[in-house]
Design a binder for this molecule. Sequence first.
Ligand SMILES: [Zn+2]
Length: 279
Amino acid sequence: MTPSPPFDPVLLCPEDPPPFTCLNPEGQPRFLLTCDHASNAVPQHMAGLGLCKKVLNSHIAWDIGAAEVTSHMSQNLNATAFLSGYSRLIIDCNRPLGSPTSITTVSDGIIIPANRTISEQEATARAEAFFWPYHRRISETLDCLITRAADSGETPTLVAMHSFTPQLVDGAPRPWHIGLLFEHDARLVAPLRNTLEALVPNICIGENEPYAIKGPSDYSIPEHGQNRGLPHIEIEIRQDLIDTPEGALLWAGRVAQALKIVCDENPPFEIISPVNSGP
Ligand SMILES: [Zn+2]
């Protein structure tokens, strides 16, 4: 097995990316976009976690196409977007810290060598270097937008962008083009479904497909959306539709247009009583 040195923050070098990227920081407050699985980067000193390039470029390391889609949507909606800077295999920014899949040891049948014997100290160091900077900035930005909303009346809508592989190793083909995911607050789901169906002929939309959000196992929507009572939606797009520049541009345009229409044609989505998913 390829040696996989542990993470050491002291060994991060100028070639390693920042823990997150903020696009369009002065964007309009109407939407805030996140992309938890935007990157497949691994710190240079970690020797690719003991994985080969092919695996690190596959869907287990990141959400293929999601960063491009989120970037286009940030422009289309004139919205601020936060993109995580590192692979979900280092630490998953959409899992609560300490959960079994936060630093996963196996993904879609592939063992992650660097995660099999990780110490508590290293797990904490990864969280401090990659998880917390991303989520702290999202929290600060949302709290700022909510404060401004008290005057402007423009409640921010949180849109969490993801992508999914067309088929897992042991799974059936996934027919949906796009999934609309929610847990306790479904306010955006039906309007978004109806609008996408009107915009895109023969679109196949899954509600809570191919995954459902569950408070104890998901992080971003429960933490940033539900706990603040903000209108929100998690959107999953099938990776074979957005793994080219043309596909990413096309689907970003469709989703952004649908979100705009939904927010233009409905009464304002207000902040509601927070729903704390809890463990
Ligand atoms: Zn994802």
